[in-house]
Design a binder for this molecule. Structure first.
Ligand code: GLN
Length: 182
């Protein structure tokens, strides 16, 4: 199984370590040519969604990535990666994200909360969004203090937090690999 990791900016290396440790083959997408390589799934990491949007457009990656996901390529978006899939960005997932949703004081925090089908998981939030609207096709997987922080629509999985930053717990990445294989 070959997993492409969008590596234009942000926390892509951490995803690569976790996925390789789980036995997946990974490679980084840094330009339009990299995107032509065979892949079974895509990871869009955390970072800065405005910067990621600009670089994806500049490198002509926006439309090929959007259409591949729309046609069924499994994708895992964390934090800024969640924002990239919402209806104001790539629009492949029927969700609306609210950026920097926890205010300055709570810009970054750690908690543990339940995740559907997994149980309690560690959650590192860094200037994170939450999901303020979910469409009918979207399954909510986790809420923290009443706010949706993880969801799935078919083979699109998003987390507002960063499971790749707590690499001793790989269950959410395993969940994604199961989705990719299923
Ligand atoms: N605040 C960032 C944004 O709006 C997301 C932060 C992150 O990915 N850790 O894009």
């Amino acid at each position: 199984m070959k997993i492409a990791i969008l590596a234009l900016q942000g926390a892509f290396a951490e995803h690569q370590i976790v996925l390789e440790n789980l036995g997946a083959e990974t490679f980084l997408i840094r330009n339009r040519e990299d995107w032509n390589l065979e892949k079974h799934a895509l990871v869009i990491p955390g970072g800065e969604s405005t910067a990621m949007t600009r670089i994806m457009r500049d490198l002509n990656l926006w439309e090929p990535i959007r259409s591949a996901i729309a046609e069924g390529l499994p994708v895992f978006g964390t934090c800024a990666g969640l924002i990239m899939l919402d209806d104001k960005h790539l629009g492949t997932m029927d969700i609306t994200a609210q950026r920097n949703a926890y205010g300055r004081q709570l810009g970054s925090f750690y908690t543990e909360d339940s995740f559907e089908g997994i149980g309690m998981v560690p959650m590192t939030f860094i200037r994170a969004p939450f999901i303020e609207r979910v469409g009918k096709e979207v399954e909510v997987l986790s809420t923290v203090a009443g706010r949706v922080v993880a969801a799935r629509q078919k083979k699109q999985l998003v987390c507002a937090f960063h499971p790749e930053l707590t690499p001793s717990d790989t269950r959410i990445h395993e969940y994604f690999l199961t989705l990719v294989q299923g």
